[in-house]
Design a protein around this ligand. Structure first.
Ligand code: HEC
Length: 197
């Protein structure tokens, strides 16, 4: 009698667990970042990427950076290495507001996630663009960072000494800096779009 009870218990448990995986967890996992071959939609942004996008808007990055690759007949964006194909309407389906930009004081960022996948590069560049790009006229964003001691994340930027805020000081990215970098790395308009080469 007792052993039947146990059998029944495990039977119910197994049914429950297989249902949990079969009709809940596995479909959820598959749908979360769905983009079947041949469809024309980019990935949706994650929560962190959306937070980073708000920092991008707030800091006015759009005043100097566009996010649009022009078709071959309208300029040399592709020759500059800014993208493999022109951007199309679908590329902006998750964007609100759309950040096309009108000025190109700096390079187009529609594909910066493809071109520059390194967190370390982005963080140093945001802390002071002159570290990674000598002579850059992009403004530094030191308020997205803190000095160690003020704040601790167990992660410091490996800065050349001349860029340290004071001798020997370590610099730490804030959550906003990490979010902004996550957003920049998500900018990839390199999936196939039908009818375009
Ligand atoms: C005053 C104009 C200006 C503003 C504002 C500006 N940038 Fe830039 N940005 C530039 C210039 C010029 C370059 C090219 C030199 C360099 O790499 O620093 C550049 C380069 C970059 C690059 C590297 C692009 C590549 O192809 O290598 C990234 C990424 C970038 N900027 C992100 C940002 C972000 C994020 C912000 C806002 C927090 C921002 N920029 C604000 C002018 C600007």
């Amino acid at each position: 009698m007792m052993s039947r009870g146990i059998l029944m218990f495990f039977g119910v448990l197994a049914t429950y667990i297989s249902a949990l995986f079969g009709i809940n967890l596995i479909p959820k996992f598959m749908l979360e970042r769905v983009r079947p071959e041949g469809t024309m939609l980019p990935y949706a942004y994650t929560e962190q990427e959306l937070r980073g996008r708000r920092v991008y808007v707030r800091e006015g990055c759009v005043y100097c950076h566009s996010q649009q690759i022009r078709a071959k007949q309208n300029g040399s964006d592709m020759e500059r290495g800014w993208g493999q194909r022109p951007t199309v309407a679908q590329d902006y389906v998750h964007d609100s507001p759309v950040l096309l930009g009108t000025m190109r004081t700096g390079p187009d960022l529609a594909n910066i996630g493809v071109r520059q996948p390194s967190d370390d590069w982005h963080l140093k560049h945001l802390y002071n663009p002159r570290i990674t790009s000598p002579g850059s006229i992009m403004p530094p964003y030191p308020w997205l960072f803190m000095k160690q001691g003020e704040y601790d994340r167990g992660m410091t930027l490996d800065l050349p000494q001349e860029f340290a805020p004071e001798a020997g000081a370590q610099v730490i990215p804030t959550q906003e800096a990490l979010d902004l970098v996550a957003y920049l790395k998500s900018l990839k308009r390199n999936y196939k779009v039908e009818g375009l080469k």
